[in-house]
Design a protein around this ligand. Structure first.
Ligand SMILES: [Zn+2]
Length: 210
């Protein structure tokens, strides 16, 4: 499995292209902008993008979806709670700070415990509300894509509509910190880390560790 990261858009959101090297099947996790670099990477590596998986519905993670959807005929998946954000610039927060982002409806509505496959890999959907109501993380083998729920050294904001501090902390504690310490996390912004490192070093999780 190969993971390629691109940092895109106004807010430097991570877009991950995860591919299975045998079958060339791939998924994209969050797509804040469909840059030439991303499109070239898909082309040059002959990737068949099976799904665009969205950790949540904020515009900085979804603004590139429509462009790439047209090019690759891929299916777009988001949690059922965040699905309305694809359609509504007020809900995806683009209205205030950016050009209005409006996507077509999702092809697949995700819920906790769902699994999707690409190549020989399976993607487990973990519902982690708190940043948004329908925030999800995607666990694949020994890695977990944590969206704006858990960052290296920080946690997601909980002051946007649908966000809630204690819900976010419960999600991190009960859904993410229960993963093995050697699981690598790939957040929605910033660099990767591991569950073990975050348990030891993330100041925001100190109270959860008592
Ligand atoms: Zn967000």
């Amino acid at each position: 499995m190969k993971i390629q990261r691109y940092i895109v858009g106004l807010y430097g959101a991570n877009c991950y292209i995860v591919s299975d090297e045998e079958s060339n099947e791939a998924i994209i996790i969050d797509l804040g902008e469909a840059t030439d670099e991303i499109e070239n990477y898909i082309d040059n590596n002959n990737l068949k993008v099976k799904y665009i998986l969205l950790t949540h519905g904020h515009f900085d993670h979804i603004a590139g979806v429509e462009e790439l959807r047209k090019l690759t005929q891929t299916k777009v998946a988001i949690s059922k709670e965040d699905a309305p954000m694809l359609l509504n610039p007020a809900l995806n927060l683009s209205e205030m700070v950016y050009k209005k982002v409006v996507c077509s409806p999702a092809d697949i509505l995700l819920k906790d415990g769902d699994t999707l496959t690409f190549g020989k890999h399976s993607v487990e959907v973990i519902h982690t509300p708190g940043h948004t109501k329908g925030g999800v993380c995607f666990k694949i083998d020994k890695v977990c894509f944590t969206g704006d729920t858990l960052f290296r050294g920080s946690i997601g904001r909980y002051d946007f509509p649908g966000g809630d501090f204690s819900t976010l902390m419960d999600s991190i504690k009960n859904k993410l910190l229960v993963l093995k310490d050697d699981i690598t996390i790939y957040p929605g912004h910033g660099d990767s880390s591991t569950i073990g490192k975050e348990k030891r070093l993330n100041m925001f999780l100190r109270d959860l560790m008592k």
